[in-house]
Ligand binder design. Structure first.
Ligand code: UD1
Length: 417
């Protein structure tokens, strides 16, 4: 097992290139299951979750070739319809094969993901939507088995906006007979990216990015040629790093339009955020002001930035209140931040953070992907040495993170534990 060792307290300065978005690349890779031919996807980040997606595509009978950040997928002869437990367990987004397999082959068998570190995360809304489109769904032996001769368009109302559910149904509806209307759909930028890619494949989709998406099913799609959007959560993590270390970081390729809630909260906290032609610049301020946040579906403050923002608030000159409203159990980083000296009290879905002058390094343990990023940020700003264990969580979603931070002047290294 590997761990990350950080000697904190340095101001981070310089430029960092933002990688392709994990949460956009995963549905795009699974969209290749919708049709045969040679698909070509550029700007795919090198991450553990992407490797899991590659394994899943291969298990289903597709062949995948990587050339740096370019992926070529050939999915003409799929010979399996099952996403096995071992893969779904390591990456929940594997359930996104359900819509494409069902739409193309009329049959899919996907392991139920079960609970995960940040909550129960059911897929009932994915299944309800597919049933409305005519799929017969059975649950047995921990698997969802779905069958349909050909899916038909339907009007689907999501009880709450689900990113994965919207993506699964958008892919399924692209090959269904007739029109599908998704109401109370998720509006995340990754949904817009997927809709753009599907449209290039010949799908007819309107309204992606709003809460009402209309998909006119077509009989056939063409292979995908697309470049994945930049990762707004990776960008956001570096932005918070600039604010926490009183640094000055340029983020090449970051798209400000995807990150308005975060930009506005960072400005409230005293950081200077400037929009550049090819990205963003964030300059930290000596005085960090306390700011309240509440996580919400896009365009609200993203739950995937909550842990990192809490690390920043641990250094604020005053008390802030952080409310997590998307997932029910997403405060596991709190105990670890406390080990670095943060003063945080949790009550239900609310954390009250009393900012302090500084954090002091200690050994800590990562519990999930974004919690790990929060601990790395805290370590970069803390005095002395911080050791972050269980960094395999970090490798699921951040490409070469220690190398990128080192380029900005951090003292950070990965060692075998
Ligand atoms: C995606 C992101 C994840 C992010 C999350 C919220 C990917 C690969 N992952 O996850 O990084 O944190 O969006 O922005 O893109 N829910 C149900 N029933 C369902 C589906 C969801 O009750 O059928 C609930 C979930 O438990 C959660 C909320 O809806 O409370 C939002 O979940 P959802 O948007 O589906 O998240 P994911 O797509 O899993």
């Amino acid at each position: 097992m590997e761990k990350i060792i950080i000697h904190g307290g340095r101001r981070l300065k310089g430029e960092v290139a933002i990688s392709g978005a994990k949460n956009a690349a995963l549905p795009l890779l699974f969209a290749t299951l919708l049709t045969g031919g040679r698909h070509c996807l550029d700007n795919v980040p090198a991450l553990r979750d992407i490797h899991t997606a590659e394994q899943l595509l291969t298990t289903l009978g597709a062949s995948v070739e990587r050339h740096g950040s370019r992926f070529e997928v050939e999915a003409s002869h799929l010979n399996h319809v099952e996403a096995p437990y071992d893969l779904v367990r390591t990456m929940r987004a594997s359930v996104l094969v359900l819509g494409p397999l069902l739409a193309r082959l009329g049959h899919a068998r996907v392991s139920l993901p079960g609970g995960c570190a940040i909550g129960a995360r059911p897929i009932n809304l994915h299944l309800k939507g597919l049933e409305a489109m005519g799929a017969r769904i059975e649950l047995s032996h921990g698997y969802v088995e779905a069958r349909a001769r050909r899916l038909r368009g339907a009007r689907i109302y999501f009880d709450l906006p689900t990113v994965g559910g919207t993506e699964n149904l958008m892919m399924a509806a692209s090959l269904a007979r007739g029109t599908t209307v998704l109401e109370n759909a998720a509006c995340e930028p990754e949904i817009v990216d997927l809709a753009q890619a599907l449209t290039r494949m010949g799908a007819r989709i309107e309204g992606a990015g709003s809460d009402r998406i209309v998909i006119e099913g077509v009989d056939e799609l063409h292979p995908l040629q697309y470049s994945v959007m930049p990762d707004r959560i990776e960008a956001g993590t570096f932005m918070v790093a600039a604010a926490m270390t009183r640094g000055d970081i340029r983020l090449r390729g970051a798209r400000p339009g995807d990150m308005e809630a975060l930009i506005s909260k960072l400005r409230e906290a005293g950081a200077e955020v400037t929009v550049l032609d090819d990205g963003l610049r964030v300059q930290g301020n000596r005085h960090i002001r306390p700011v309240n946040i509440k996580t919400l579906p896009h365009p609200g403050f993203p739950t995937d930035m909550q842990a990192q923002f809490m690390a920043l608030m641990a250094l604020a000159e005053g008390t802030s209140v952080i409310t997590e409203s998307v997932f029910e159990n997403r405060f596991m980083h709190v105990c670890e931040l406390q080990r670095l000296g943060a003063d945080i009290a949790i009550e239900g879905s609310t954390a009250t953070v009393k900012g302090s002058r500084g954090l002091v390094g200690a050994p800590v343990m990562a519990t999930d992907l974004r919690a790990s990023a929060c601990l790395v940020l805290a370590g970069l700003a803390a005095e002395n040495t911080t050791e972050v264990a269980r960094i395999y969580h970090l490798d699921r979603g951040y490409e070469r993170i220690e190398e990128k931070f080192r380029q900005l002047g951090a003292s950070i290294e990965r060692v075998k534990a």
